[in-house]
Design a protein around this ligand. Structure first.
Ligand code: ADP
Length: 716
């Protein structure tokens, strides 16, 4: 009956509800619709009300799908009309419908009311659909923004925050979400990429590996990063895939990913593009539009700020860490003295320098002075007083502190004075550095420099000594070589002199005997000239014999020398004097001999030595009769023998020369001689390991001295 009534009124009802914006349907007990207005058709994704009524052969439930908030299909039992028809109370619900034909989604507030017959039985359900899509979307956007804001401000760990934020957008906004950041000057770094399906993520990873150029969402990310302009492609077509693909495999991958639409927006802060936020749809078949672009832009603005903040924070943290490291490394600590309040504040590093636990510094000016070294306190306080009284801008002082464990450390305080508006000192702020180590290092450095200088000096001295030793060694070697050469040439010479004199003796003896014979036989028988010539010849021959004898004696010192043995010197002198007996008598010489010791010597040579010296003392006598004294002195093993006379003496410039062979100071007419006597003396003394020299006062006398080695007197 009711149905008849309704059919009767249908034209009027249709006309009436065609004007209404909300969707209205009337549903029978078989759940089929017997009425729908155009708004209902639009909201439920049908082309016309007729289609909804099933008249066009499309079953009602194939027009649309009921989805939950996350997009999952729900059972149609949740529809209020069905509940009303089942006798339940109709509830109002907000439901999400996806139109099967277009994939478009619609949010509706849906309510249902029962139509009962006379017996009160429900025969129809009247459904009213109100389009709340805009409202729901706005709400979604607001809550998304709120959640994102909360997330972004919750942590300063950039990467994890960005990943969480990207996760927020999937699947609410799209199927994909990615965040890329420009790292310094280098290429973008993908911080986060989110998709609900791990297989899809793997696919995306594979594509970015194989085709890095196209990895960044068909090249748009790099572009947005560069231009800072947002990008939206609402409908990605297969032609676009074909145009992008580098080869067949690439095309296949692109098609597998099957992106439908994409939004890439820049992440900006302080006019700089820091990265991009990408949202894309694929399998959900949703198409992103300007609305979503606005939302993503709004989100990106927040993300950009968060990135900037996180970077600034990280930078600040790094700077602070650097600062702390520098302070710690420099053993520095900050302090402040609030002058009017009398409060002193110390940073934890300063407490560490003072060896007290963190936070235990008392904070009064008294506390500040408490560990100052008593010897330095007066000076520090005077300096501070001066700075405050004179309004000195800078305070600088070094002093000692005594740590709780008794350790003494040096600190250096640098401070700056701040004045208040009235020009009164308000704060003294600065840093305090532990310079103990620095001072020790400086002292070490100074010590090192000193040591190095000393070492360098020692090294120079050592080098100098080495050089000296080296040159000494060279000189010695040269000397040794010279001596060797000299000895060799001396030996040669001696040999030559010996041979020559020895061999000359024979013919000379003959010449001498014959001229002497001539002289004896023919003297006075020839003329006067002949006598004179013969005399010259005899004279020359005699002198030559004397010379040769002397030369022979000289050369014999080296060649005929005997081994040195203990010799009583007195004996040698006696024998020498016995050889000179005649001369001594003739000259009337007065001889004084002191006791003489035993010496090491070659007796024959010692006799000759003494004979030559005493002989010279007689020969070179002056006007007075000669007085000769022979004496010795002893020092350790050395016996010095002196033969002293009162003769003519020798000028000092000749002290050396007279000991050389053939050197004489007088003509033979004045004092006869060959000039060999003293050379023989010298040679004998030297062979005995001693030396000979003369001291004299011309006109008063000479003393010849020579040294010998003492010997133990031998038993007779
Ligand atoms: P000679 O006696 O054959 O001249 P010597 O070699 O013995 O040669 O002496 C060299 C020179 O030294 C002598 O010519 C003499 O001038 C000087 N002389 C040596 N002994 C004395 C002396 N006792 N007093 C002064 N002059 C001396």
């Amino acid at each position: 009956m009711l149905a008849q009534l309704f059919e009767h009124a249908r034209p009027l009802v249709e006309a009436l509800f065609a004007q209404v914006n909300d969707g209205v349907t009337v549903q029978g007990p078989d759940f089929l619709l017997c009425f729908a207005n155009p708004a209902a058709a639009r909201l439920l994704g049908a082309n016309s009300p007729e289609e909804l009524l099933g008249r066009r052969g499309v079953p009602l439930l194939e027009c649309f799908q009921v989805l939950d908030a996350s997009g999952k299909p729900m059972s149609s039992d949740v529809l209020p009309g069905r509940q009303v028809l089942a006798g339940q109370r109709g509830t109002e619900r907000v439901l999400r419908f996806r139109h099967s034909r277009t994939g478009q989604e619609q949010w509706c507030r849906l309510s249902a009311a029962p139509v009962r017959d006379a017996q009160g039985k429900v025969v129809y359900a009247v459904n009213v659909f109100q389009d709340v899509t805009e409202m729901v979307r706005t709400q979604e956007r607001l809550s998304l923004l709120a959640e994102a804001s909360e997330l972004l401000s919750a942590s300063l760990d950039l990467d994890s925050t960005l990943t969480a934020t990207a996760r927020l957008l999937v699947p609410r906004l799209g199927d994909w979400c990615a965040v890329d950041l420009a790292d310094d000057a280098s290429a973008a770094r993908r911080v986060a990429v989110i998709h609900a399906d791990p297989a899809k993520l793997e696919l995306a990873r594979k594509m970015s590996e194989r085709y890095p150029d196209s990895a960044q969402s068909i090249g748009t990310i790099a572009h947005v990063m560069k231009t800072g302009q947002p990008h939206l492609t609402s409908h990605i077509t297969d032609e676009m895939f074909v145009a992008t693909a580098q080869d067949a495999e690439h095309l296949q991958l692109l098609r597998e990913l099957s992106l439908r639409s994409i939004i890439v927006v820049p992440l900006k802060a302080r006019e700089r593009t820091l990265g991009t936020l990408t949202v894309a749809t694929a399998e959900s078949s949703r198409h992103l539009r300007t609305e979503e672009l606005r939302l993503v832009e709004e989100l990106a603005r927040r993300v950009g700020l968060a990135v900037d903040n996180a970077r600034l924070y990280a930078e600040a943290k790094r700077a602070q860490a650097r600062h702390e490291v520098a302070l710690e490394a420099g053993r520095m600590g900050a302090w402040e003295w609030d002058i009017p309040a009398g409060r002193v504040t110390w940073a934890p590093t300063l407490e560490r320098i003072h060896g007290i636990p963190e936070g235990s510094f008392g904070g009064t000016f008294q506390d500040y002075q408490s560990d100052m070294h008593p010897e330095d306190r007066q000076q520090v306080l005077a300096s501070i007083q001066h700075v405050v009284a004179q309004r000195e801008p800078e305070h600088h002082i070094q002093y000692r502190i005594i740590l709780p464990d008794g350790q003494v450390r040096w600190v250096e305080a640098h401070g700056r004075l701040t004045l208040d508006e009235q020009g009164q000192p308000s704060r003294l702020t600065g840093v305090c550095t532990d310079i103990t180590q620095r001072l020790a290092l400086e002292e070490d450095a100074r010590r090192l420099v000193r040591e190095q200088a000393a070492r360098a000096e020692a090294e120079r001295a050592r080098q100098h000594t080495t050089e000296l030793l080296e040159s000494l060694r060279k000189t010695q070697a040269e000397l040794a070589q010279r001596a060797q050469e000299l000895a060799r040439s001396n030996a040669d010479l001696e040999q030559f002199a010996y041979v020559a004199s020895h061999d000359l003796q024979e013919p000379l003896r003959m010449v001498a005997s014959y001229v002497q014979l001539l002289s004896r036989r023919y003297k006075g028988k020839l003329d006067a000239d002949a006598d004179e010539f013969i005399r010259y010849a005899v004279d020359g021959a005699t002198r030559m014999q004397a010379l040769i004898n002397d030369l022979l004696a000289y050369s014999r010192v080296g060649t005929r020398g005997k081994e040195l043995v203990p010799v009583p010197l007195e004996k040698s002198l006696e024998r020498a004097l016995s050889h000179l007996r005649l001369t001594l008598q003739e000259s009337g010489a007065e001889l004084k001999v002191e006791p003489l010791p035993w010496v090491m010597g070659d007796e024959t040579q010692l006799v000759q030595l003494l004979q030559n010296l005493v002989g010279n003392a007689i020969k070179f006598r002056g006007e007075h009769s000669p007085r000769i004294r022979v004496s010795t002195t002893r020092e350790a093993d050395t016996v010095t023998v002196a033969v002293e006379d009162n003769g003519i003496g020798i000028e000092p410039q000749y002290y050396e020369r007279i000991f050389a062979i053939f050197q004489r100071l007088h003509a033979k007419e004045e004092y006869p001689g060959t000039g060999i006597g003293l050379s023989i003396c010298k040679k004998i003394v030297e062979r005995h390991g001693g030396r000979i020299w003369v001291e004299s006062t011309p006109g008063q006398g000479s003393t010849f001295r020579f040294t010998l080695t003492a010997a133990e007197p031998q038993p007779a």
